[in-house]
Structures are given as C-alpha cells and as structure tokens.
Design a protein around this ligand. Structure first.
Ligand code: HEM
Length: 415
C-alpha cells in the first residue's frame, strides 16, 4: 500500500544564517518549530527540522538519512575539467572524516578510532587538563578588561586537544589560522564566497603538517592519541595514512572550537543569569549537572546535516532523495514538549540527560567525555579566579549554521 504523504509548508522569508537566527537561534528556530517541526526553506534549499521527536527519529534512521554528503558533492560539483585540484584534494580529506561516512566505512573507522580513544593515553586526563588550565588562567591578568574567548577558552581547548593528539607546544599557534581557513565550509557559513579556496589552503597545510607528525610518531611512538591511531588495528585492519590524517584534522577541528565555544557560552549564560552564577559560586550545584544544563541551554553544536538517501515520508512530509536536511539540535534542546521551561537556565534541573547537544545515535560525539571534563574544569576555574565579572562590550556571534560560538566575550574582571 502506498504511504500517505502531506505537503510541507514553505517559508520563503526564512534566513537561517541571517542576523536574527545567528543572534537568537533558540527564539528563531523555536518560532519555526511552532509553524511546523519540519519546514522546507527555499533560500538554502534544505529541510529545516526543529522538533525533538523528528530530529531524534532522523538521527536513528540511517536508512533514509545519510551522513555521506561530501562524496556526492565531489561527484556533482568537483569533477569538471575546470575544478581546482587543490579544492578537490581538500574535499577528499573531508570525505575520510568519519562524521561524513555511512556504514560500513563509518563503523570500521569508529571502531578503530575508538580503540585509540580508549587507550592509556586517554586516561589520567583530569590531572593533565587541570595543569593546562592552570597555565592559561595564571597567564590571564588579575583585573581589567579581558576577552574570555581569546584569553581563556580558545587557548585552553587548543592546548588540551594538541596535548592529547601529540602536537608539540611550539606548533600550537598554527591551528588558529587553519581553523579560520576551513571553519566556514565545515561550520556551514552559507554566505562566504571564498570559502572553497580557504578550505583548500587550510586543509592542505594542516594535512602536510600532520603527515610530518605521523612520520615522527611512527618511528618513536609516545603516550598520545596520534601514536595510538597509528597503532590502532583489529585482526586484519588498520587505519590508512589518509584515514589517520583525516581523523587528526577532524579531531583538531571537532575538538577545539566546540569546547572553547561551550565554555564561553556558559560564562555568557551565567552573566545573564546572576542567580545561577551565585549558585555555582556557593557550591549549590554539582558542576557536572551544571555542564549538562549549559550544553542543553546554549551548546556549541547548533545543528547537524543529513542528506535524504531515498524518497521518504519518515518525518511526516514528503522528502526526495538527494535533498539536504538540517537538524537543529539547539531547537530540539529547547523543545517545550520535552523540557519544562526550556528557555530558562536552571543549573540544578533534575536531569534525565535527554539533551542532544552531542548529537544522537550512530554518529554521536566521540569526544563528549573530554568536552564535559574541560568544561567542568574551566567554568569553576574562571569564576574562581575572578570574584567579579561583568559584560563589557557588544557581542558578535560567528555567522555559522552548524556551530554556535562568540567571536569574543569582552568582560571586565577583578579578583
Ligand atoms: C562541547 C564540545 C562538543 C560538541 C558540542 C560536539 C558535538 C558533536 C556533534 C553534534 C556530533 C555529531 C555530528 C553528526 O551527527 O553529524 C559530534 C561528532 C563527533 N565529535 Fe564532537 N563535539 C564536541 C567536542 C568534541 C571533542 C572534544 C572531540 C574529540 C576530541 C570530538 C570528536 C567528535 C568526533 C570524532 C565525532 C564524529 C563521530 C561520528 O561521526 O561517529 N567532539 N560532535
């Protein structure tokens, strides 16, 4: 029997990377969810899914929703004679990121990478992270005007991820540049005209750099994730050099700015909710519970992308094979049918951990414990260093659909 399909409403006025959506995604996508939890956006030519049930359904359903959006893009857009080979090469590195793969390749990569994540290099992290945070916070001034992003959250998360992977201290400054270069494509800045050239430059420099590190740790393995990735194998399989390079670039990308953004978003949320700041300062809430609420309230992963694999009405509207779907995690985490008073920051909510700030299902974040640990060290650490913190300047958000991060968080502090 043929299934029933309904025609989805269209919303021609939408601008999902417009000023309003970037400034207040919860309000913006919340209004969209009230119109319909699944909407076709004519401007981005994508489905926008804002309901919790629909998003989790899509993330469970890899039969209809594929994560593999890079290879079809290469085949469609980068196979002509006038394609810049550097741009194509950059997309080929991204095509090996496990987040852009379906099974069976995704399962194989995830299993091999997971071995490295479970290794002894990844134990005893609390101590290491506390020492790294201490270096960063000690270097920040005791009083005056600072930027929480540039002075604390970015240097801390960059040093954690670099230390974990095995990037030598003297090279850590390089990542900010590469991030800037390929962030706009991966974070889906829909309006950045030069983003493919930047991507090519960033990915190629970063890949060459990682290649030199692989050579070094192949000869002399150390206690770090890269040495473990080189070793990771099962009975008959191992990661190829291209897969190791892709995984390192993914981890550097997925693991640094996301966590830095979470920390800064959390501090902003506290500045806007002083009674919740007092609750943390007075020890009235467990920091691990508070971190879950920060992730739900204003997490740094705003959305994830899927591609419709075959025509389907699985989400209640008729979707066609090849169409792009944006699943707005931030909207799911403020869905009033799941969370009571969703737009309120309540650090000691009784938690069932239903939020999906780390995604959900097969592709859910592999670095979630690291990110939680970093946030649990940095947030009380920042409050501990400065007894007074106040906002001191305008806020500007990165104009990206997939990530939620401040360009700067200017504050006045005193000890
Ligand atoms: C607050 C910080 C973080 C947030 C909000 C976050 C969010 C996410 C989300 C939403 C996904 C799912 C993507 C999808 O379904 O398409 C994901 C996947 C992933 N994340 Fe994170 N992440 C964070 C930190 C980290 C860290 C620290 C690492 C590594 C050290 C990491 C490594 C990964 C990897 C490898 C995947 C791909 C998993 C797969 O495709 O199977 N993430 N992350």
């Amino acid at each position: 029997m043929e299934s029933m399909t309904v025609q989805a409403p269209t919303a021609s006025e939408l601008d999902i990377v417009g000023t309003e959506a970037i400034r207040d995604p919860h309000g913006y996508f919340g209004r969209m969810r009230e119109i319909a939890p699944v909407l076709w956006d004519t401007r981005s030519r994508s489905w926008i899914v804002t309901g919790y049930q629909e998003i989790t359904a899509a993330l469970r359903d890899d039969k209809h929703f594929s994560s593999d959006r890079i290879r079809p893009f290469i085949a469609k857009k980068l196979s002509g004679p006038d394609t810049d080979p550097k741009v194509k090469q950059a997309f080929e590195v991204l095509a090996n990121w496990l987040v852009f793969n379906d099974k069976p390749k995704h399962l194989r990569l995830r299993m091999l990478i997971n071995q490295a994540f479970m290794s002894k290099a990844m134990t005893r992290l609390t101590e290491k992270f506390e020492a790294l945070f201490n270096d960063v916070i000690t270097a920040a001034p005791a009083a005056g005007r600072i930027d929480i992003v540039a002075d604390v959250s970015v240097p801390f998360s960059a040093s954690v991820i670099s230390e974990m992977l095995g990037v030598p201290r003297e090279d850590r400054g390089l990542f900010a540049k590469w991030h800037r270069l390929f962030g706009p494509v991966v974070g889906a800045s829909l309006d950045d005209a030069n983003k493919y050239d930047s991507l090519a430059e960033g990915v190629s420099e970063l890949s060459n750099y990682v290649r030199t590190l692989i050579e070094r740790y192949r000869k002399d393995p150390e206690d770090n994730l890269l040495s473990e990735l080189i070793k990771a194998q099962d009975d008959k399989d191992a990661l190829s050099e291209d897969e190791i390079i892709a995984t390192c670039t993914l981890v550097l990308f997925a693991g640094s700015e996301t966590t830095a953004n979470l920390i800064a978003n959390a501090i902003l949320a506290l500045l806007r909710n002083p009674e919740q700041m007092s609750l943390i300062r007075s020890g009235g809430v467990k920091i691990t519970d508070a971190v879950e609420e920060f992730l739900r309230f204003d997490g740094s992963g705003k959305a994830v992308t899927r591609v419709v694999r075959e025509d389907t009405d699985a989400l209640g509207v008729s979707m066609k094979a090849g169409q792009r779907v944006f699943l707005i995690l931030a909207a799911a985490n403020h869905d009033p049918s799941v969370f009571e008073d969703p737009d309120k920051l309540v650090l000691n909510r009784s938690w069932e951990r239903k939020h999906i700030a780390f995604g959900y299902g097969l592709h859910s974040c592999m670095g979630l414990q690291l990110a939680r640990l970093e946030a649990a060290i940095a947030i009380p650490g920042i409050l501990g260093k400065w007894s007074h913190i106040e906002l001191d300047g305008e806020l500007e958000w990165h104009p990206q659909l997939l990530s939620r991060g401040l360009k700067a968080l200017p504050v006045k502090v005193s000890a």
